[in-house]
Design a protein around this ligand. Structure first.
Ligand code: FO1
Length: 309
């Protein structure tokens, strides 16, 4: 069975662990959001690609959900001693090696997709990880700060401000000119099913769908999504702050309707949201809390069953 999943960071990565446990024999391709990527200290940091790679490669810090396990932050502390302006971003010492390799390969002219393949040679995620695009796309958030409106990088909004500043607009800068990375459209075309894990529907799944050709490629495919919202609030992260920015109610039903029947064939909601309806989409209620790999594998099986594969 060939499966394509569109994924963001922590929630998406956690779901993919369960999916791989549910169908270890399946050929899995993950199209990963790169809108969260940020250049810092000359390094290109790709949070969602690294979170998926470390999670499937068993290198993730499971408590944080991002970055490496057994991580240290000596360099971060040294940077703070120099009073650098971005002490709010936690760059781990082990994680730095990933960014140094990525920077070196990008500077040598390798596209992000090839850099990702090279990094995965070490981590063996047992899935093909593809950036949504090799072109630069960066999510910026328009906020009111110190009395003026300004656009800040998604990471600054998400990490420094914990998404506490109302997002007046969320813009994936560069998405309109970006093209899918090599292999993305072929993988979608060959897929028996496309899954939308419980990632952030705005800044993760939503950003991937803005890359020219990807939404169109999904038409005619069987697409099943899993709600990232349970009982009116995000399972993890601050998707509600993003949904507010696009005037979508924070509910499983509203997110399903936001994706719509153009995109979705099936929509899994948690049992507490049973009764949710999405016109033109088959909705099923199953437990959606990813408490461990077994629970997540059950969700994945339910999604594949709903997809009829
Ligand atoms: N998230 C945080 O909440 N605080 C951090 O300091 C932080 C650092 C960080 C470094 C590398 C990386 O790959 C991810 C990191 N994240 C951090 C997570 C990241 O901001 C988010 O997971 C994604 O961008 C949203 O999906």
């Amino acid at each position: 069975m060939r499966i394509v999943a569109l994924a963001g960071g922590i929630g998406g990565a956690r779901f993919l662990q369960g999916l791989r446990a549910a169908v270890p024999e399946a050929e899995l391709t993950v199209v990963v959001n790169t809108g969260d990527d940020i250049t810092m200290y000359g390094l290109r940091i790709c949070p969602d690609l690294d979170t998926v790679m470390y999670t499937l490669g068993n290198g993730i810090d499971t408590d944080r959900g991002w970055g490496r396990k057994e991580e240290t932050f000596v360099v971060k502390d040294e940077l703070a001693a120099y009073d650098v302006p971005t002490t709010w971003f936690g760059l781990g010492d082990r994680d730095l090696a990933t960014h140094l390799v990525r920077r070196t390969m990008l500077d040598a002219g390798f596209p992000l997709s090839q850099v990702t393949a090279a990094l995965c040679a070490r981590w063996q995620p047992e899935a093909t990880l593809l950036p949504m695009s090799d072109d630069r796309v960066e999510t910026h958030v328009m906020v009111e700060l110190d009395g003026t409106r300004k656009a800040i990088h998604f990471q600054e909004w998400w990490v420094k401000h914990r998404a506490s500043l109302p997002a007046l607009a969320i813009v994936a800068v560069g998405a309109e000119a970006a093209t899918p990375a090599p292999g993305v459209l072929d993988a979608v075309d060959a897929a028996d099913v496309v899954l939308l894990p419980p990632s952030n529907p705005v800044v993760s799944i939503g950003t991937i769908l803005q890359v020219k050709g990807i939404r169109e490629a999904l038409r005619g495919k069987t697409v099943v999504g899993l709600s990232p919202i349970v009982g009116g609030s995000p399972v993890r992260g601050m998707a509600d702050a993003c949904l507010d920015a696009i005037d979508v109610e924070t509910s499983a039903e509203a997110v399903g309707r936001h994706y719509g029947s153009e995109l979705l064939d099936g929509w899994l909601v948690d049992t507490v949201d049973a009764g949710a309806t999405v016109p033109g989409v088959e909705v099923r209620a199953v437990p959606l809390l990813m408490t461990d790999v077994q629970a997540t594998a059950a969700m994945a099986r339910a999604a594949l069953e709903l997809a009829g594969v």
